[in-house]
Every structure is written in structure tokens, then in C-alpha cells.
Ligand binder design. Structure first.
Ligand code: CA
Length: 224
């Protein structure tokens, strides 16, 4: 099922179309949400614009090579646990991947079951304990449920406010209908009006522009 965040949200960066599509289908069929980036540039964009639970990065990518991509992400403060896939299996390659900040390393061709097991292990070893999501220049701490800005101010959110902001912030350009927000954020309550109430709360805490109304559709992330 796509869009499910139950087992975790995985980013796959793989330029081989067949392998990339296969991996995306595999993880989706296992109950993960999985995004596929076909090159390093797209991978960089994805990884910087939303929080993933784990990343699988192919080492051999055009333009930005996999190890280089991971190095850039680590320097940008993205600490998402990462497994590097590579056709190269020498010690030097392995060291380069780990030096760049990868948690694990798998040589192609690999067994599907081994890849799944290693990703499960990654997620177990690195629970979303220190995760932050960048919203423009603001930082959204998913665990502390705080939004900190450049100017040093911090807003504390309730659980539901944080869940709503997280949904919008993980898909920054996508508008959500009230029904979608209810099903993803307030599954225990069926009232659409709850969505408007929590949008009001978020705007009160983060500024009127924090959530944008999309006429005829619903809401999307605004500017913090
Ligand atoms: Ca490749």
C-alpha cells in the first residue's frame, strides 16, 4: 500500500530503472512507503525535503555518485540510517562507503531477503529518536514536537498538531484534502471540522502563513 507510514518511509536512490522499480515495489509490498529517486540530484532533493526512516543508495550513480551524495547529506545534518548498494566489493570501496557515513553496505547482486533483513535491522538500531525535519530554515523536532526558528524562538506542539505538521511537511508541495488528513492524522475521529481546528492551532503557534489553504482542495504546508 502506498502512502502508508506503518513500517517506515524509505528513500531508494538507484539509476538502474529495473532495479529501482523492483526495489520500490518490494518495499511497498512489505508495507513500507518507498520513494524512488533515479539519480543523485533527485536523491539529494528528496532527502533534504522530507524525513525518511532509512535510505538505500546505489553507489554507482551519474552526476553525483552515491558515496558523494551521502557525504553531502551527512554534512547537511541528515542522519537518516543508510545502506549503500554497490557492484564493487573491495575493502577500499567498503571503507569509502562507511567513511561517508553509511551504516551498512550490500554488494550486488544481493538476495532480496538479505536486503529486507538489513533494512529491518537498520530501522531497529536507529529508531526515530533524534529525527528533525527541515521546514524552510526552521527545524521541526519530531520527537520533542518543537519547531525552532533561526531567530532562536521555539514553539511546542501537541501530539496531534505535530502529526498534522509532519504530514504536511513530509510532502511540502502537495495539498491534502480534509478527508486525507482525517484518515492519516485523526483516524480515530471522523470529523472534518477537527482538521480546521488543528490548522487553526498550528497557525496560532507558528504564524498565519504556516499552513496554506488550497481552495477547493484543502491544505498544504506554507512558509514558516
Ligand atoms: Ca547504478
Amino acid at each position: 500500500m502506498t502512502g502508508s507510514l506503518n513500517r517506515g518511509h524509505i528513500l531508494i536512490v538507484e539509476d538502474d530503472r529495473d532495479v529501482g522499480t523492483m526495489l520500490q515495489r518490494l518495499f511497498r509490498s512489505e508495507g513500507y512507503a518507498a520513494d524512488l529517486a533515479p539519480d543523485g540530484q533527485a536523491g539529494l532533493h528528496h532527502a533534504l525535503s522530507r524525513a525518511y526512516d532509512a535510505m538505500i543508495i546505489d553507489r554507482g550513480l551519474p552526476a553525483i555518485e552515491g558515496v558523494d551524495l551521502l557525504g553531502r547529506l551527512r554534512r547537511s545534518g541528515i542522519s537518516t540510517p543508510t545502506l549503500i548498494l554497490t557492484a564493487l566489493g573491495t575493502l577500499a570501496d567498503r571503507v569509502a562507503g562507511l567513511d561517508a557515513g553509511a551504516e551498512d553496505y550490500l554488494v550486488k547482486p544481493f538476495e532480496i531477503d538479505e536486503l529486507l533483513a538489513r533494512v529491518r535491522a537498520l530501522l531497529r538500531r536507529h529508531p526515530a529518536a533524534t529525527r528533525t525535519l527541515a521546514i524552510g530554515t526552521a527545524k521541526f523536532d519530531l520527537v520533542a514536537r518543537t519547531v525552532s526558528r533561526d531567530d532562536g524562538s521555539t514553539a511546542a506542539l501537541s501530539g496531534r498538531e505535530a502529526d498534522l505538521l509532519r504530514l504536511l511537511a513530509e510532502h511540502p508541495s502537495r495539498p491534502f484534502s480534509r478527508d486525507e488528513i482525517v484518515s492519516q492524522v485523526f483516524p480515530d475521529a471522523a470529523a472534518d471540522s477537527l482538521v480546521d481546528t488543528y490548522v487553526y492551532y498550528l497557525r496560532r503557534k507558528l504564524g498565519a502563513g504556516a499552513v496554506t489553504t488550497v481552495r477547493g482542495v484543502g491544505y498544504r504546508l506554507g512558509d514558516l
